[in-house]
Design a protein around this ligand. Structure first.
Ligand code: SF4
Length: 66
């Protein structure tokens, strides 16, 4: 039995952060922090939901339709 990966649990701030990278696996989708490569303060996979983070950077809102 297999199907599309189920969404992971809500990741809190990460779900609204420009540095979040979603990593789909066979069973679920993990929330990875893109800052972990350059800054050891940030774990690759922070425990979610993240409530506070010094690296939080809001995502740009999508551009309005032309
Ligand atoms: S910088 Fe912080 S809020 Fe942004 S993805 Fe990483 S852990 Fe989440």
């Amino acid at each position: 039995m297999s199907g599309p990966a189920r969404p992971g649990p809500p990741a809190g701030l990460c779900d609204h952060c420009a540095f979040q990278r979603l990593v789909p696996t066979r069973r679920t989708v993990f929330s990875m922090c893109g800052r972990h490569r350059d800054d050891p303060r940030f774990p690759r996979y922070p425990p979610v939901p993240v409530a506070r983070c010094v690296g939080f950077t809001p995502r740009e809102p999508p551009a309005p339709p032309a």
